[in-house]
Design a protein around this ligand. Structure first.
Ligand code: DGJ
Length: 545
């Protein structure tokens, strides 16, 4: 009898856990069949994010951040936690900002990604405490070829690593203490845009000695030599003209690994690094002072994977507005061993359409940078606007994804999703799905085909610059969820005589059930499915005749 009771109780528990996901389980990144999901509360989670400005990491600066996050429909905000603010005096920790941040994030019902601004912030020591910044003896800077100190701290500084690691571990301990139950913090970025400008690597004594050593086996196993027959040996022997950049990437990644590993040992949250990009379209060539050497640029992701197994993702910060560059970047960072996550993208309007591309391709997160309404604009990287008008274009996209973010993340993990963004050429794009093809065209009126009206000069309002985008999830053989803006979508199947059975506009409710608001037919479907500047969600089913 007792045994039966216990069994019933157990199955009740399992059933209730399955309904809500495995609540209590820490956020983590999972990979299956080369696809990825960020699990939060035990289920895939789509990060509709926004990053605060660099100096918004103080309680007084948070209010406009919450307003902006709400305007943007963000479910996650990314906020810096600076080493200088938690350990201004060595060994004395102050987590008052973190406490306020977590408390207010909960009140505003958003999750947090914390950005650890430690040894390196945009490669520099700006956010390390003064006792680190100005003690070159104890915390050595990198040396150039002439032996002169440069601005960037050395990845071979043993004391620097020890001190940064200690502060980071204290931070992770604190987050565990205040947040393990509620899990408001779902991910941590370790350092910020690492690497070094204007110098390919450290020439200090320790670096010189390491550079003369054989390339570690773990690196050799992942990063093949560009030279014929150079399977092992020193960095120069194996990697020739790329040796110095690759060596620096290994040194920086190894340093980050020590920090991430120690942090995860106390509180095991997913961790990632972000990258100031190198040009994804330029022919591959050794470093020529054209990007931050040693950062997780696409060409050294393998080295980061080898040296930093406690880092889940190498993520691109996108400040190149061109469609071809964004597309190439996304393609290079999305790999079976590396989830696509865009932790920073310009907050100018023309970047909003890339959310469809990233979410459609199965990205786990997307966050415009400088989303808070601080009185600061990072134009020309981002928008000149600093108010509601800046958040609005992102808000439009996020608000259609938000009610179905859990379903979308699950479909993406299952490989059912696709996405495109309009290019500067405005040319139509096609999406190959299972048994069906979607053709997405831009600058179309909602009625008729372009060739019906050869003399018509008018073009739809607000399409002067490219801002169209579409994301599709194929949820069954002949059924699709389609979201988009400023685009026309037509679905066809080879050798299929088909027509729409249903084109329902609606939304998913809180329990995940589809709620139909109306069915599109007639003019609304005769010339494709036309999305205006007000994105909507369509549930489309086709039938064959
Ligand atoms: C990328 C960095 O990661 C951010 O912290 C910020 O400095 C932007 N660039 C520029 O606004």
């Amino acid at each position: 009898m007792k045994r039966i009771f216990r069994r019933v109780l157990l199955s009740v528990c399992i059933a209730s856990l399955a309904g809500s996901g495995l609540a209590g389980e820490l956020p983590r990144l999972v990979t299956k069949d080369g696809r990825h999901a960020l699990m939060v509360d035990g289920a895939p989670f789509l990060m509709l994010g926004g990053q605060a400005h660099n100096s918004s990491n103080y309680p007084a600066a948070l209010k406009p951040l919450w307003t902006a996050a709400a305007d943007a429909g963000a479910n996650t905000v990314e906020v810096p936690v600076a080493w200088e603010q938690i350990e201004a005096t060595e060994g004395r920790f102050d987590f008052s900002f973190v406490d306020t941040l977590v408390k207010e994030a909960r009140q505003n019902k958003v999750r947090l990604v914390l950005l650890w601004f430690g040894t390196w912030k945009n490669t520099s020591a700006t956010y390390s405490p003064e006792w680190v910044k100005f003690n070159n003896q104890r915390f050595p800077r990198m040396l150039d070829k002439e032996g002169k100190d440069i601005y960037c701290l050395s990845p071979f500084g043993e004391e620097t690593l020890k001190a940064d690691r200690k502060a980071f571990v204290e931070l992770m301990k604190h987050i565990k203490k205040i947040d393990e139950k509620q899990q408001t913090v779902i991910m941590v970025q370790v350092e910020n845009e690492v690497g070094t400008y204007n110098l390919v690597r450290d020439y200090g004594a320790k670096a010189q000695a390491a550079f003369a050593q054989p390339v570690p086996q773990a690196v050799l196993a992942r990063k093949k030599s560009p030279l014929p027959g150079a399977a092992s040996g020193t960095w120069s022997e194996v990697y020739g003209p790329y040796a110095e950049e690759y060596f620096h990437a290994w040194a920086v990644a190894s340093y980050i690994e020590e920090i991430a590993k120690a942090g995860r040992a106390v509180y095991d949250l997913p961790m990632y690094v972000n990258n100031a990009l190198r040009d994804p379209l330029a022919p591959m060539a050794p470093w020529k002072d054209n990007f931050a050497s040693g950062g997780p640029t696409f060409d050294v992701i393998d080295i980061y994977k080898a040296a930093a197994p406690h880092i889940d993702v190498a993520a691109p910060d996108i400040y190149m507005p061109e469609w071809a560059k964004v597309t190439a970047t996304v393609e290079k960072f999305q790999r079976p061993d590396n989830a696509l996550m865009v932790p920073e993208i310009g907050n100018a309007e023309n970047y909003a359409r890339y959310a469809y591309l990233v979410f459609g391709r199965g990205g786990i997160g997307f966050a415009p940078f400088g989303l808070d309404y601080a009185d600061y604009s990072n134009f020309p990287l981002g928008s000149k606007l600093k108010d509601k008008k800046m958040a609005e274009p992102f808000g439009k996209v996020f608000k259609v994804f938000r009610p179905m973010q859990r379903q979308w993340a699950k479909w993406a993990f299952e490989g059912r999703t696709y996405g495109v963004a309009e290019s500067e050429e405005r040319t139509p794009q096609t999406i190959e799905m299972k048994g069906w093809k979607a053709t997405v065209s831009f600058r179309e009126w909602q009625m008729g085909e372009k060739h019906f009206f050869p003399n018509l000069k008018d073009l739809p309002a607000d399409t002067e610059s490219p801002n169209g985008g579409v994301a599709i999830a194929q949820i069954a053989d002949n059924e699709f969820i389609i979201v988009g803006q400023y685009a026309r979508v037509k679905i066809s199947g080879e050798n299929k005589r088909s027509m729409y059975a249903r084109v329902e506009e609606g939304y998913f409710d809180a329990s995940g059930k589809w709620v139909m608001e109306r069915n599109w037919n007639g003019d609304q479907t005769d010339y494709g499915l036309n999305f205006t500047g007000n994105p909507v969600v369509l549930k489309v089913r086709l039938g064959m005749y």
